[in-house]
Design a protein around this ligand. Sequence first.
Ligand SMILES: NC(=O)c1ccc[n+]([C@@H]2O[C@H](COP(=O)([O-])OP(=O)(O)OC[C@H]3O[C@@H](n4cnc5c(N)ncnc54)[C@H](OP(=O)(O)O)[C@@H]3O)[C@@H](O)[C@H]2O)c1
Length: 350
Amino acid sequence: MDAKYLVSPSDRILVTGSSGFIGAKVVETVLEYGFTNVRCFVRPSSDLSRLKEILGRSQRGDGVELVCGDLLSRNDCEKAADGVSVIYHLAAGFDKSFAGAFMNSALATRNLMEAFMQHGEPKRFVNVSSFAVYSNLKLKRGAVLDESCPLEDAPQERYDAYGFGKLKQEELVEEYGNKHKLSYVILRPGTVFGPGKRDLSGRIGIDTFGFFIQVGGSNLLPLTFVDNCAEAVVLSGLKAGVDGEIFNVVDDQLLTSGQFLRAYKKRVKPFFSVRIPYALAYWVCALWEKYSKWSKGQLPPAFNRRRCAAEWKGNRYSNRKLRERLGWRPRVNLDRALAAFLAQFQSQES
Ligand SMILES: NC(=O)c1ccc[n+]([C@@H]2O[C@H](COP(=O)([O-])OP(=O)(O)OC[C@H]3O[C@@H](n4cnc5c(N)ncnc54)[C@H](OP(=O)(O)O)[C@@H]3O)[C@@H](O)[C@H]2O)c1
C-alpha cells in the first residue's frame, strides 16, 4: 500500500450503502487494496446477495464485519462509526418525495458525521454525491461540464427530489468540514453502469408513455463503469492533500446516447422507439412546465426545462481533476465495460 495514504491497512473502514450497486463494488475494491478491518453497514431489509457474492469470492471476505441498522437512527450510526478512520458514504435516498430524499440523503448523513466525530477516529469522510446537483441551464450545448459548473438552485422546479437530497447532503458535508474541521471529499459520479444495473439511463430517453422516446442521440453520456467509479471512491478516501475537494467521476471514453441505445437494442432486445430532437423536447418540456404552473399542479411538472437541459442537452465532460489530483486511472476500458454490462442480459436468458 502507498506510504502516502492517510491510513494503514489495519485501520477500520466503514462502507455505507454496501449492499447497493456501487457500494458492493467499493467493498470489493477496499479489500483488494489490502484493508483487513472493513465494516459494511446494511439495513435489516437489505438484499445482501450482491455483497455476499463479493465477500464469498474475496480472500479477505471472511473478516468483514456487517453492522445492521438504519442511518436515520443515531444509535445505529454510533455503532457503525465506532473506531472508524475512513467512511465511504454511499447510502442515499432515491425516494420520489422531497421529504423522503431529504431524510435518507441529508439527515442520514448528518447522523453519520456526528457519530463519526464523536465515536470514530476520523481521517476522511467520502461523500458520494452525483451529477444531479449541477445545473447546465446556462451552459451551451457541447460546453464542458466540470467541477466549476453552477449547482442547481431550483430543484423543486426541476421536480427532482433525488437531486434536492444530494444538494442538501453536500451542504451539510461542507458545513461539517468548515465548522467542525471534518476532513471530507465529495465525489460526483455521472451515469454509473455495469453488471447489476439493468435499466437504461433516463439520459437516453423517456419510457413512461407506453413506448420509448429517444431524446436527441448525439448527446454524450457521462458514463463511468462501476469498477472505475469504485476505484475513484476508494482513492478519494486514501489520498492526502485533497481535503474539501470535489471530483467529477466520468470515464475516459464515452458513448453518445444513440450509440448506447443501438448497442442495447442489438444485444439485449430490439424494441420500438421514436426519436425526437432536443429542440422539440425542450419546447414540449417548456409547454408542460407552463401548463403545470397554470393548472396549479393538476399535471405535475415532471417535464420541465431544467430537467430537459440536465438530461438531454448534451455537454462534454472532464475527468482531468480526478486524474491529476487523485491519480485515478480507469480499471476497465469502454469495450470491456460495455461488454460486461450487456453480458448480464445474456446470462439471465441462458
Ligand atoms: N447509480 C448511479 O448511476 C449513480 C450516479 C451518481 C451517484 N450515485 C450515488 O452513488 C451512491 C450509491 O448508488 P447506487 O446506485 O449504488 O444505489 P443503490 O444500489 O440503490 O444503493 C443505495 C444503498 O443505500 C442504502 N440506504 C438507503 N437509505 C438508507 C438508510 N436510511 N440507512 C442505511 N442504508 C440506506 C440502501 O440500502 P437498502 O439496500 O436496504 O435499500 C442501498 O444499499 C448513492 O449515493 C447515489 O446517489 C449513483
